[in-house]
Design a protein around this ligand. Structure first.
Ligand code: AMP
Ligand code: GLY
Length: 420
């Protein structure tokens, strides 16, 4: 069987490696992939936004199954487009992808089905939004409605910070904005709950907690994610039941009232307050770096899961997990998430002696003339699974010390809540 993966990050390299481990797969293509995927797959230089050329390549090369990694092509409707040509695709359609594409779409479903989430108001202009601040408590959360790649969310401690956020969003900092959200600030601990769906049924795809801020102590700017660990320290059977019954099932009911269902990974971003889950956001894909963190614990052939989802047979698949702990530390280029240099050589990667439960997944890397270069803000992911988070981290730090890449940095405190 031939499989195609759309995307070029650490998540896609981890997906590519898991698919490679399946004995059913003869060939993998990545659109466009990175230096890591080029070692195990064929990278195809077609932009994930160029649906037509991707479709032509899939048909010409008789690719059997397509996995879509990132949200942008999903929200833009790549699944609907490829399915028109009878191509098998794992991922949600354009309408279901509104769960990530529009925070207001999701909030409306929450309102209708009483899904626990922060109290919120939707505002169409600066004046109404600012007037609402008169009766508001601080901190408060202000969000742009459109896809803003993790940006577009402001936690405001004062009224003047809130006014700046409102002005920036309506002035188009994150693209054209017709509406914005003002939300109650939820004080708890975040966790991510993943599920995999075939349109008819869904199964848990494990849990993780990530570190979104760039500096140690969870301080500084928001990033795509500086590291993660799996499983979450917060998960228990009672909490899992609440997440499924109070949040995920009613959301699927909401989608069915819009005349659609859900196929693909669903990432439920939660705030846990006294063992009660509150929905913060949905993402219609795996998390990055959560995917790199979770997949090494998977003990079921991932291609069986993808195929079952495309054939509405997920019910027949038993998804098994290792009980070991997984930790991931992301190596970034100096300057990230602001300006950083590109095309800096990474010299020592091949000298790292990876042990059986250690993994390195590439993100922003490119190979040129046999040399490895960084081309993105998040560059490499170092993962290890072990009997304890502390041991996993020790293994990672050993590998990071061998890398010794002076042009990059990483957070040394990933997992501090689970490592004493
Ligand atoms: P989002 O893009 O909606 O996930 O928001 C980005 C980050 O902002 C989240 O991961 C949280 O850390 C934080 N956040 C968003 N909404 C809230 C809220 N209502 N209360 C507290 N923190 C929030
Ligand atoms: N790590 C957060 C995300 O993938 O959105």
């Amino acid at each position: 069987m031939k499989v195609g993966i759309i995307g070029s990050g650490g998540r896609e390299h981890a997906l590519c490696q898991s698919i490679k481990n399946s004995n059913k797969i003869d060939k993998i293509y990545c659109f466009p992939g990175n230096a890591g995927t080029s070692n195990i797959a064929e990278n195809i230089k077609i932009n994930p936004e160029d649906f037509e050329n991707i479709k032509n390549f899939i048909i010409e090369n008789e690719i059997d199954l397509i996995i879509v990694g990132p949200e942008k092509p999903l929200v833009d409707g790549i699944v609907d487009y490829l399915e028109k040509f009878k191509i098998k695709v794992f991922g949600p359609n354009k309408l279901a992808s509104q769960l990530e594409g529009s925070k207001i779409f999701t909030k409306k479903i929450c309102e209708k089905f009483n899904i626990p989430t922060a109290k919120f108001g939707i505002f169409k202009n600066k004046n109404d939004a600012k007037k609402f601040l008169d009766q508001n408590n601080f901190p408060t959360v202000i969000k742009a409605d459109n896809l803003a790649s993790g940006k577009g969310v402001y936690i405001c401690n004062t009224r003047s910070e809130a006014e700046i956020a409102i002005d920036e969003i309506f002035n188009g900092k994150f693209g054209k904005a017709d509406e914005l959200l003002i939300e109650e600030f939820l004080n708890g601990e975040e966790m991510s709950y993943f599920t995999v769906h075939d349109g008819k049924c869904f199964k848990s795809f494990n849990t993780a907690q990530d570190h979104k801020r760039v500096l140690e102590g969870d301080k500084g700017k928001n990033t795509g994610g500086m590291g993660a660990y799996s499983p979450s320290r917060l998960i228990n059977d009672e909490l899992e039941k609440k997440i499924i019954n109070k949040i995920i099932k009613p959301t699927l009911q909401g989608l069915s009232e819009f005349g659609t269902n859900y196929k693909g990974f669903l990432y439920t971003g939660l705030m846990i307050v006294d063992n009660e889950p509150y929905l913060i956001e949905y993402n219609v894909r795996m998390g990055d770096p959560e995917c790199q963190t979770i997949l090494p614990r998977l003990r079921t052939d991932i291609s069986d899961i993808f195929l079952a989802c495309c054939e509405e047979k997920l019910n027949d698949v038993n998804i098994k997990w290792s009980s070991q702990k997984s930790l991931c530390i992301v190596v970034c280029s100096n300057g990230y998430p602001d300006k950083y240099k590109k095309y800096i050589e990474i010299k020592n990667l091949d000298t790292i002696n990876l042990k059986e439960n250690d993994y390195i997944f590439h993100a922003g890397t490119e190979r040129k003339d046999d040399k490895l270069y960084s081309v993105g803000g998040r560059v490499l992911n170092f993962i290890s699974i072990s009997d304890s988070f502390a041991k996993a981290k020790e293994n990672i730090i050993k590998n990071l010390n061998t890398l010794n890449w002076s042009e990059g940095f990483y957070r040394r405190d990933i997992g501090y809540k689970v490592i004493k």
